[in-house]
Design a protein around this ligand. Structure first.
Ligand code: SAH
Length: 219
């Protein structure tokens, strides 16, 4: 029997966190994950499987990331509570909700207007008040809110985008998947006076980051 398809969402959430306990070493991240209702961020059809450790479709050809990947990326941001954080790729708003419990303020940008408005509405309804979501088109990130102490990109980039390094504060962390359209390396960049220091954190697979500075827009 698959535990996460039965019983209460709280029970399924606790089972998932137990399953990920070995990988989530940051206690604050674990605690925050125990407070975000993932079932609210996936469609009604997927709600019964919201606590399986896998990505799920959220419409418009996009996916909410696998919980393990969400945890590893969030951990890699090394948040202590006072940061301003930029997320590129709001999607469902789940990752933004999680970060909002671990930082002071979250700016999240999304290129699919319908996802930007549905996640805005969802985050408001669920009571997350320190997140601003913006629909974006041509620009990568949200320069008006820069500098950010941490930036997370939840879509795959062919390279580390210069535009995002420019929006990162000194000593800030940029966490993103870098590679081909099919397979990427999860990378953490730390901005130092000597330049960007790169740490590889393992392989991953994300939907593509589209637009200027990334992959071309589909026709
Ligand atoms: N973090 C999300 C999952 C994001 S999936 C969650 O927790 O649900 C990746 C998202 O990035 C998609 O919604 C896609 O539309 C968006 N995206 C792709 N390219 C983008 C760009 N250049 N700027 C902003 N969002 C982008």
């Amino acid at each position: 029997m698959n535990r996460s398809t039965h019983g209460s969402p709280e029970g399924a959430r606790a089972s998932l966190l137990a399953e990920l306990a070995h990988d989530i070493v940051d206690e604050r991240v674990r605690e925050a994950m125990s407070r975000v209702p993932r079932e609210e961020f996936v469609g009604a059809d997927a709600a019964p499987v919201a606590y399986q450790n896998r990505p799920l479709p959220i419409g418009h050809g996009q996916t909410i990331s696998q919980p393990l990947m969400v945890a590893l990326m969030t951990q890699a941001l090394m948040l202590t509570g006072d940061e301003r954080v930029l997320e590129v790729g709001t999607g469902s708003g789940y990752q933004a909700a999680l970060i909002s419990l671990l930082a002071a303020h979250v700016v999240s940008v999304e290129r699919v207007p319908e996802l930007a408005s549905s996640s805005t509405e969802r985050l408001r309804r669920l009571g997350y008040s320190n997140i601003e979501v913006h629909a974006v088109r041509d620009e990568l990130g949200w320069p008006d809110g820069a500098p950010y102490d941490a930036i997370i990109v939840t879509a795959a980039s062919p390279d580390v985008p210069r535009a995002l390094l420019d929006q990162l504060a000194m000593a800030g962390r940029l966490v993103l998947p870098v590679g081909s359209r099919n397979i990427q390396e999860l990378v953490r960049i730390v901005k130092t006076p000597e330049g960007a220091q790169r740490h590889n954190l393992g392989s991953c697979r994300f939907v593509p980051l589209l637009g200027r500075g990334a992959w071309p827009e589909p026709r």
